[in-house]
Ligand binder design. Structure first.
Ligand code: SF4
Length: 373
């Protein structure tokens, strides 16, 4: 497939690996920000092919995983109400709340529907004017433009029965939080290419300069990731800390200006809690006052929800890169994709699910493997 196959070429992967091996002289720890990158790394065994000096730490960039339990519980409470059609992307349905998930709400009679776009939810609102249609608007900068567009359209079309339960998060404040944590070991970042394709790279030079870390904008195919690692290691070995774009086929310096304008019109920056991590200043978006009528949290009374994380789950440490999933005692025993105890085992981008799916049961063993392909 065009733009996929040529980024899986085993021969080119070997050359990039040789280049990394020839460049590295001492240990370096890099964090890949995005859960999609984590899955690609584990799926293709990229971390096992790297020289021992290069460690990949899995970052908090899985939107499903970092959506706070309190927001999940709010979603469950709204979805259970009579007259509500609750719409969500499919991977949120199995994320455990305090005592149930959206599948359970649906089995108990709630009208919970999987949609493929917030515009599908908007269409439901148009077809069912007597019902309240709520879309679960989670995610990073990548999903924010479409969610902003849906709210914008709802106002334009006068669809007062459409609202958004918003839990949007932003990557740069999360990088700031990682770098200022006392336990931080990260020396360089593979920044999430799809986020930068929307937002551009303007937010990153300041981060790179203040924390003296290379930030390499990186894609998702095996060669993209190896190229991102190669550039980050080269900067570290040279004592440099710059923003580099290794995903130029998708990312321009100013991102997607039309998408950014839509975000800026509909959302404003706010503090957000990240599941397992805690509150990060300015790390999210909420609807502006002008669009507050379409905010599900204002429309439905969902205050006073008390949440309780399963005591055994260590997803917060996984999301901060402090432990690998296999270091959690529940991994593969009481916690599996069929019986997930935490969001990092549910989500298709979660690190625990990636380790389980690709049978990475023991990360201490480095095997001799063929490069990708
Ligand atoms: S394996 Fe399960 S219980 Fe352990 S950190 Fe991951 S999601 Fe939580």
């Amino acid at each position: 497939m065009k733009y996929i196959d040529e980024f899986n070429d085993p021969e080119l992967a070997r050359k990039l690996l040789e280049d990394i091996r020839a460049t590295v002289t001492r240990p370096w720890a890099l964090m890949e920000v995005c859960g999609g990158q984590t899955h690609s790394i584990i799926r293709h065994g990229i971390d096992q092919l790297l020289p021992d000096e290069v460690e990949l730490i899995h970052g908090p960039g899985c939107p499903v995983c970092v959506t706070p339990l309190e927001v999940i519980d709010k979603a469950l409470a709204i979805a259970a109400r009579p007259g509500v059609i609750f719409c969500s992307f499919g991977d949120m349905l199995r994320v455990p709340g305090t005592d149930r998930d959206l599948f359970r709400v649906r089995s108990e009679g709630g009208d919970v529907r999987v949609v493929y776009s917030p515009m599908d939810a908007l269409e439901l609102a148009r077809r069912h004017p007597d019902r309240e249609v709520v879309f679960f608007g989670i995610g990073f900068e990548t999903t924010a433009p479409a969610n902003a567009m849906a709210v914008h359209q709802a106002r334009r079309l006068g669809l007062a029965n459409f609202s958004l339960l918003v839990s949007h998060v932003r990557v740069p404040p999360a990088i700031e939080a990682v770098m200022t944590a006392p336990t931080c070991r990260v020396q360089g970042f593979l920044a999430a290419g799809h986020v930068c394709s929307v937002m551009g790279t303007a937010e990153y030079p300041d981060l790179a300069e203040r924390h003296r870390v290379p930030l390499v904008v990186t894609g998702f195919e095996p060669l993209d990731i190896l190229e991102g690692i190669r550039r980050a290691v080269r900067q570290l070995e040279r004592g440099e800390h710059r923003v580099e774009n290794a995903y130029a086929r998708a990312v321009q310096e100013d991102g997607n200006p039309a998408a950014r304008r839509m975000i800026e019109e509909v959302f404003e920056v706010t503090d957000r809690s990240w599941r397992g991590i805690g509150r990060i200043p300015d790390s999210g978006w909420r609807l502006t006052e002008a669009f507050r009528a379409h905010d599900a949290e204002h429309r439905f009374d969902v205050t006073g929800i008390r949440t309780e994380e399963p005591a055994v789950c260590r997803s917060g440490e996984v999301l901060q890169g402090l432990i690998k999933p296999t270091e959690c005692p529940a991994f593969g025993t009481s916690c599996t994709p069929r019986t997930p105890l935490g969001a990092t085992m549910v989500s298709s981008e979660g690190a625990c699910a990636a380790y389980y799916l690709y049978r990475r049961m023991d990360t201490t063993t480095r095997k001799e493997m063929s490069p990708v392909g």
